[in-house]
Write a protein that binds this ligand. Structure first.
Ligand SMILES: [Zn+2]
Ligand SMILES: [Zn+2]
Length: 379
C-alpha cells in the first residue's frame, strides 16, 4: 500500500501534467515541475519549482500536505471534474451449479416461502454515492460515508463497495460506457427517487460512523451535567443550613422568605448553566455529496416468486460475480438490507423485522412500509 504522501504526490503530478505542466518525480518525497501560465495562476506556483511530500522533502521545495492550503488549491483546479466516474467491469459470471441452494442461503423470509423461477445472464448498473460529513460540537469530526445500490433490483450493496473499489484499482474497469440496445441495463434513477433513498439511509449511516464520537460526547455531557448538579445542589443545601443556623435569631417568616429568594436565585443560575452546557454539546452536522461512481457489470439475475398466504409477488435479485454473492433485497421501509425479512400481508412488502415490529400500544404487528406514520389498528 502506498504512503498517503506518495498518493498525494502522484495525484498532484497527474493533475499538473493533465493541465499541461512538465512534471518529473525526483525522489520519493519530491517532484520538479515547469508550469504554463494557467497552472502558475491556479496553483499559485512559479514557472519552475520543486514540491515536497511526506517527512523528508528535497531542498528548495515547497511542502504539500493534506493539512496545507494545497488541498484548496487542488480543489480549485479540479472544479467539478472527478465528481462522476463511469466504469464498466467486464467480468464473466460463472454459471451457477446450484442456484436453488444460493437462493436458499441468500434470501431468508421469516413468514413466507420463495420459489426460484429462473436464473439468467444480465447486466446491471450500480451507483456508489460518497458523502463527506462534518460534525461540530465541543469538538469536530469529519468523515466519508458511502451508499451503494443496484439500480435494477434496488438492492442495497454497501458491503460490496470495497470489492468494487479493489476491482477498479486493479485496472478492471473500462472507461467507455457500454450502451447496447436490448441489454436491459437500467437507466439512472430520477433525482427524486434517488434523493428519497439517500435521505432515508444517510442519517443512520452517519450516526453509525460517528458512534464512538457520539458516545464520547454523551459521556462528557453527562459528566459535566453531574458536576453542575452537584455544585448547585451543594449551594441549595448550604443555604438551608444557613437558615437553620439562624433559626430563632430572626423573624421566621422573614427568614423563610430570604431562603426562598436565595434558592430561586440558585435555581435560575443552575438553569442558565444547563442551557450553556446544552449549547456547548449541541451537535451540528453538515453533509455534502462528493463523488458518484457508476459501475456497469454483468450479473446472474434470479427471478423469484415470494408467496405469503394466498398472495404472491415477483422479485428480482442479482448474484454479483465479483463478490460471488446473491444480493439482499431492499427493506421497503428502512431502505437498508437485513439478514431476515418479514413479508407483509397487505402489499407483500419485504421489510426488516424491526419494520414489522409490534405496536407499542396495542401489541399487534404491522408493516411500516404500508403505514409509515402510525399503527392502523389503534389510530
Ligand atoms: Zn396499535
Ligand atoms: Zn406493507
Amino acid at each position: 500500500m502506498a504512503e498517503p504522501s506518495e498518493i498525494l504526490r502522484d495525484f498532484v503530478a497527474r493533475l499538473m501534467a493533465g493541465e499541461g505542466a512538465e512534471v518529473e518525480i525526483i525522489e520519493p518525497g519530491g517532484l520538479e515541475f515547469m508550469a504554463p501560465p494557467g497552472v502558475q495562476q491556479s496553483l499559485k506556483v512559479p514557472e519552475f519549482g520543486r514540491l515536497g511530500f511526506g517527512a523528508e522533502i528535497p531542498s528548495d521545495s515547497e511542502r504539500v500536505s493534506f493539512e496545507s492550503d494545497w488541498i484548496q488549491r487542488l480543489g480549485n483546479v479540479l472544479g467539478e471534474r472527478g465528481r462522476l466516474l463511469r466504469r464498466k467491469l467486464n467480468v464473466e459470471p460463472p454459471p451457477l451449479a446450484h442456484p436453488e441452494r444460493v437462493l436458499q442461503h441468500g434470501l431468508i423470509l421469516g413468514n413466507a416461502v420463495h420459489q426460484l423461477l429462473n436464473v439468467s445472464p444480465g447486466w446491471t448498473r450500480y451507483l456508489v454515492c460518497s458523502f463527506r460529513y462534518e460534525a461540530f460540537s465541543d469538538e469536530k469530526r469529519d468523515g466519508i460515508v458511502k451508499i451503494a445500490i443496484n439500480l435494477t433490483t434496488s438492492s442495497p450493496v454497501d458491503e460490496f463497495i470495497p470489492a468494487f473499489e479493489a476491482a477498479l484499482a486493479a485496472g478492471g474497469g473500462a472507461a467507455r460506457e457500454w450502451r447496447g440496445s436490448g441489454t436491459g441495463i437500467p437507466e439512472s434513477w430520477s433525482r427524486e427517487r434517488l434523493n428519497k433513498l439517500i435521505r432515508a439511509v444517510l442519517p443512520e449511516r452517519i450516526r453509525a460512523s460517528l458512534a464512538p464520537f457520539l458516545g464520547g460526547l454523551e459521556r462528557r455531557l453527562e459528566r459535566d451535567s453531574a458536576r453542575l448538579f452537584e455544585y448547585y445542589d451543594g449551594l441549595r443545601k448550604e443555604s438551608s443550613r444557613k437558615t437553620r443556623r439562624h433559626e430563632g435569631e430572626q423573624d421566621p417568616e422573614k427568614s423563610a422568605a430570604l431562603e426562598q429568594t436565595r434558592v430561586a436565585a440558585i435555581n435560575r443560575e443552575y438553569q442558565a448553566k444547563v442551557g450553556d452546557l446544552e449549547q456547548k454539546y449541541a451537535l451540528k452536522i453538515d453533509v455534502a455529496p462528493i463523488q458518484t461512481l457508476e459501475l456497469t457489470m454483468p450479473v446472474r439475475r434470479f427471478e423469484v416468486i415470494v408467496k405469503r398466504r394466498k398472495k404472491e409477488r415477483r422479485l428480482l435479485l442479482d448474484w454479483n460475480p465479483i463478490v460471488r454473492k446473491l444480493e439482499h433485497p431492499l427493506c421497503e421501509h428502512s431502505y437498508s438490507s437485513a439478514s431476515v425479512y418479514v413479508v407483509c400481508d397487505e402489499a407483500l412488502h419485504l421489510v426488516s423485522p424491526e419494520a414489522h415490529a409490534s405496536c407499542e400500544s396495542c401489541g399487534k404487528e404491522y408493516c411500516r412500509a404500508c403505514h409509515p406514520s402510525r399503527c392502523p389498528k389503534c389510530r
